[in-house]
Design a protein around this ligand. Structure first.
Ligand code: SAM
Length: 229
């Protein structure tokens, strides 16, 4: 419908302020109150984060550079980037997530990162690096190109984006998953065609400079780094 995006967004916000917050806050921590599936997802996600940190480190000193992390969750990427000296501005559509990220950062004595509540479409400003990790799964297919374009408009140098790739295999897994949704209510999940993401990056004047794929049993994430040409 005409309002599907609005509904999607309201649903995502509601989920990540409530049961989604509890589920993901546990996954993105070292809590042992996780099941095998959640442990697998924690491991896959940690691999994606580490790959990004390795790239950032390989490019030299990030200290003093600005980073905008869209859909920051509990700060799994924003916090280590701040620890590397970046000036981090991180936001999440979920107030519970942004608040948790801020309190984790505060507990670690970090003062070069700010966290606030915002959907990524409303984020403004210019930053050296813009990151958006494992957020696009909540993003409707028909809005994906526009979303990538918006991330690029915020980035002076570099964009890092990850998404669940739409391949026949993952499409099948998703369909099987939908047949057996399990006990917890979750949100709709969207896989994205890599070509759509690449075309949007290119259209915005960016060129893919690095790529990775991380797949465990229950986690899969295609990661692209693109630099302004
Ligand atoms: N990027 C973080 C990380 O990698 O640790 C969190 C990933 S988590 C799977 C997805 C996050 O995206 C959630 O915290 C959710 O609230 C946020 N999110 C979903 N849709 C969003 C939107 N339209 N704008 C901003 N954040 C959004």
């Amino acid at each position: 419908s005409l309002f599907s995006t609005v509904d999607d967004k309201a649903e995502v916000r509601e989920y990540f302020n409530n049961e989604g917050f509890n589920r993901w806050n546990k996954i993105y921590s070292d809590s042992d109150e996780v099941n095998k599936v959640q442990l697998d997802i924690r491991d896959g996600h940690a691999q994606t984060i580490q790959k990004i940190l390795n790239w950032v480190e390989a490019d030299g000193d990030i200290s003093g550079k600005t980073v905008c992390d869209c859909g920051c969750g509990v700060g799994s990427l924003a916090i280590p980037l701040a620890q590397m000296g970046a000036k981090v501005s991180a936001s999440d559509i979920s107030d519970a997530m942004a608040t948790e990220a801020a309190s984790r950062a505060k507990a670690m004595g970090i003062d070069n990162a700010k966290f606030y509540t915002s959907d990524l479409e409303s984020v403004t400003g210019k930053y050296n690096t813009v990151t958006c990790v494992d957020v696009a799964i909540h993003y409707p297919t028909d809005k994906m190109a526009e979303m990538v374009g918006h991330l690029c408009s915020l980035a002076e140098d570099r964009v890092l984006i990850s998404f669940a790739p739409k391949t026949w295999y993952y499409d099948l897994l998703k369909k099987i998953g939908e047949l057996f949704p399990g006990p917890s209510k979750t949100t709709r999940a969207y896989l994205h065609e890599e070509a759509v993401v690449r075309n949007a990056l290119e259209k915005a004047g960016f060129k893919v400079s690095r790529e990775e794929m991380t797949g465990t049993s229950f986690y899969f994430s295609r990661l692209l780094e693109a630099k302004r040409v």
